[in-house]
Design a protein around this ligand. Structure first.
Ligand code: IFM
Length: 471
């Protein structure tokens, strides 16, 4: 590893008066973040960090295929090596522990742990057993996502998420994982961001498998949610004491003007991004406005599906990044109207912390049976450089501080938010953007695999140390 986490922490100097951004992270004294039971962790995903795509019998995933297709990923990058975490996991656990992070959200690569005939791949399973055991030994809570987009290619060859059978294969996979890993997992999430799997994977083709048909997207969404519901039931039976939930990306849409048409456009934007997932989970039905907007795109739903999909959850994971300013498209829908002069990240996404607070309070008002919430991803990409051994990610420090303040406001308004995971522990393979976009609180030099702790990570660690020291 490039630098030893605890050694680095010991060298952090106290904030000097007037030093710019020296201590921007520390929350105010009345913040809920000081509560010791508010979990602060970091997140990653298998394909984005592991590499070792051909080792120990791992099968190809749709992202291996997609990233090997010319023109699909910036600079032709692939996840073949990524952060080499498959080989460097012990150092990476040391890094987490050295920073004092209390929880780690990771995902399991389905093609690594199961052969095509459904039998377990022991080598792949052992990797996760070793990793989770070490995390437990370090006292780090484990949040395991079963599906963070790396579908086995052999399932895509049979239709992927367009094939209802994939939902049942996912339940088999959840069964295997919960029989093998129970006791090592504090919280299971079935899916990461089904909206992205469906719309980016099957609707606009920006993600694997790269199909482009809105009707495909809605059918894929239904099968993903069905897979989720089936898996929750299996997880509950096999591992009753852990927590079970799902991770949804949510979007804040605000109207470009005060006109009734623009306000309706903003509402529809949020129906399409948020209610699409949350209504079936918590109300057992799809929002009808969706299909009025795009007639003929209703998925095929069989009897009993909505009941399965709305199986009660222990938690909801929320991933939040930015807001979208929308206007009426002149017909019945909405269109993005990017605002000028606002703060943006390396992704071009607007920095808008109030959106997180507003969504959280809105969900609480809208869903009577909303379970406790974890912010399972929040963070930003910046073009971070190592200069003299240090990474001064000033914008990220300010970003995190403002978003954590938004979470605190939501908690004070009555929303049950139990924790927050930074996206991401380290720079990694950012899907169609390859390695150019750096989301980590730890910098990765992809040439040498050297990890360098960024200033944001130092300040998070410093806060955790201070909080730990409280009586
Ligand atoms: O990197 C992704 C992650 O895999 C899913 N949520 C959004 C992140 C940033 O784009």
């Amino acid at each position: 590893m490039g630098n030893d986490a605890s050694a680095v922490l010991d060298t952090i100097s106290p904030p000097s008066a007037g030093a710019p951004h020296a201590d921007l992270f520390t929350p105010p004294a009345d913040s809920s973040l000081w509560r010791k039971d508010f979990l602060l962790g970091a997140a990653t995903a298998s394909y984005q960090i592991e590499g070792a795509v051909n080792e120990d019998g791992r099968l190809p995933s749709i992202w291996d295929t997609f990233s090997a297709t010319p023109g699909k990923v910036l600079a032709g990058d692939t996840g073949a090596v990524a952060c080499d975490h498959y080989h460097r996991w012990e150092q990476d656990v040391e890094l987490l522990a050295g920073l004092g992070l209390e929880a780690y959200r990771l995902s399991v690569a389905w093609p690594r742990v199961m052969h095509a005939d459904g039998t377990p791949n022991r080598n792949g399973l052992d990797f996760y057993k070793r990793l989770l055991t070490r995390l437990k030994e370090k006292g780090i809570k484990t949040f395991v996502t079963l599906y963070h987009w790396d579908l086995p290619q052999y399932l895509e060859d049979r239709g992927g998420w367009l094939n209802r059978d994939t939902a049942y294969r996912f339940a088999d996979y959840a069964d295997l994982m919960s029989r093998e890993l129970h006791g090592l997992v504090d919280a299971w999430a079935t899916l990461n961001e089904p909206w992205c799997s469906a719309y980016l994977g099957y609707g606009n083709g920006h993600h694997a498998p790269g199909l482009t048909n809105v009707r495909y997207a809605t059918q894929a969404m239904h099968h993903l949610l069905l897979a989720h519901g089936l898996a929750i039931q299996v997880l509950r039976a096999n591992d009753p004491t852990s927590h079970k939930g799902i991770v949804a990306n949510v979007g804040r849409g605000t109207p470009d003007s005060d006109s009734a048409a623009d306000r309706r456009a903003a509402e529809l934007f949020e129906v399409q991004h948020n209610a699409w997932i949350l209504d079936p989970l918590f109300n057992g039905e799809y929002p009808q406005a969706l299909f009025e907007l795009w007639p003929g795109t209703e998925p095929l739903v069989l009897d009993g599906d909505m009941q399965t999909i709305s199986t009660p959850l222990d938690f909801l994971g929320i991933n939040y990044y930015f807001r979208t300013n929308v206007a009426s498209d002149g017909a019945h829908g909405f269109k993005d109207v990017p605002l000028a002069g606002v703060e943006r990240t390396q992704m071009g996404w607007e920095v808008y912390p109030d959106g997180l607070r507003d969504l959280l309070t809105g969900f609480r008002a809208d869903y009577a049976n909303l379970p406790p919430i974890y912010i399972t991803e929040n963070g930003m990409a910046s073009n971070d450089q190592v200069i003299d051994g240090h990474v001064k990610d000033t914008q990220r420090i300010s970003f995190l501080k403002r978003h954590l303040a938004a979470v605190d406001q939501a908690i004070k308004a009555g929303v049950d938010v139990r924790g927050y995971f930074l996206w991401s522990l380290m720079d990694n393979f950012e899907w169609a953007f390859g390695y150019e976009r750096r989301f980590g609180i730890v910098h990765v030099d992809y040439g040498t695999q050297k990890r360098t702790i960024k200033r944001s990570a130092e300040l998070v660690a410093k806060f955790l140390k201070e909080r730990d020291a409280l009586a």
